[in-house]
Design a binder for this molecule. Sequence first.
Ligand code: TGC
Ligand code: FAD
Length: 390
Amino acid sequence: PDLFQAPDYYELDELLTAEQKMVREASREWVKREVSPIIEEYAQRAAFPKQLIKGLADIGAFGPYIPAEYGGAGLDQISYGLIMQEIERGDSGIRSTASVQSSLVMYPIWKYGTEEQRKRFLPKLASGEFVGCFGLTEPDYGSNPGGMITNFKDKGDHYLLNGAKMWISNAPFADVAVVWAKNEEGRIYGLLVERGMEGFSTPETHNKWSLRASATGELIFDNVKVPKENLLPEKSGLGAPLGCLDSARFGIAWGAIGAAMDCYDTALRYAKERIQFDKPIAGTQLQQKKLSEMITEITKAQLLTWRLGVLRNEGRATSAQISMAKRNNVDMALTIAREARQILGGMGITGEYSIMRHMMNLESVITYEGTHDIHLLITGMDITGIPAFK
Ligand code: TGC
Ligand code: FAD
């Protein structure tokens, strides 16, 4: 059984509304019931549990903040964050699917698309009938997506798309891909590329040690004819994909807390039960130091993220503030996962417990959506005014 108990050391529940708590409880119960019992087996087999798509839609994880008229849950940003926290408490790979669908596929269609595109795609994405993916990263352009080579040419009645994307979550089974490509003037636009279009293929990436329950793949475009009505017209330039990333990174800042909570809770329970030298290892100073530091860091991250949620609800959160939270919280979660694994001794390396899976997953989370280094450089640029990337 999943015995998870969420830590709330500073009684932060008092900062949440009744609706936010209700949304969180529904997600928490769903994770306990549907994710925890099966996730280890899927991760071991490196398979995505597709049967969870319907449940993700039911708890509002596909487009939590997208208005109800387009099928979204119409919730606030903190509710969105809490849903991501609970899902990642189960597994980062499942949270990835929700992040991509909500913030990287539904968000750009909602914000940069036409009314016709919104009506055509958003309700199906919200219900899970369609699954989407987001193609920004290329083999030679990861941290520096502005250098992308993927391009499209105007052929009169359609666009001709060529290029390749790499490391794309959900790619192997996505029905629709939001693809970022340059036009003949070098300006970046988003295009909706649909499965079945000739010249479009999505080979899966195998042999990952991380995010094994999430399917990752390439997007290959070999003279793909994209109908003109599939271009997202309302925003162009690198700021368009980066605006989506703001929303996804915000969700990941919350999600990482979920993974950290699960590791802490597991390690605390184990340490109280595990007897060595005739006493629980939780009674030793060394293990207490680890556990005390974990709950301190989780509490700090919870406060940071709650405040960021308030700012985002008010439309005031800056990209640099989001970067700070993503960077801090993912690093915090990875450090906790590594320490928690040690508390479990040999048991920590097995699939009997969730910790090693979280630890390996977080190695992707600390790299995608902007690496740990890139987010530090974003803070550096924000406080000094000088970009150190180039
Ligand atoms: P730079 O010159 O700074 O900016 C170019 C234009 O973009 C604007 N901008 C933003 N707009 C909205 N939101 C933001 N966060 C923005 N940041 C910048 C900026 O104002 C400018 O606009 P304009 O109108 O003047 O053109 O761009 P740069 O080339 O120097 O790069 C900046 C840098 C390094 C921060 C950026 O490239 C970056 O963030 N790189 C990291 C790449 C990244 O995060 N990739 C993620 C791929 S998606 C993914 O990983 C999904 S995983 C999903 C999952 O499974 O959960
Ligand atoms: P690089 O950019 O080559 O970086 C390599 C190292 O160099 C890093 O440590 C980096 O911090 C460092 N570095 C880079 N530039 C600088 C600099 N200026 N100064 C100092 N250090 C620097 N992308 C998508 O578009 N869509 C997805 O759905 C998606 N899903 C993913 C799923 C997984 C499992 C993974 C692993 C990745 C995914 N990505 C996705 C790609 C991800 O966003 C990139 O891996 C990430 O942006 C880093 O790019 P890169 O791997 O090319 O590393």
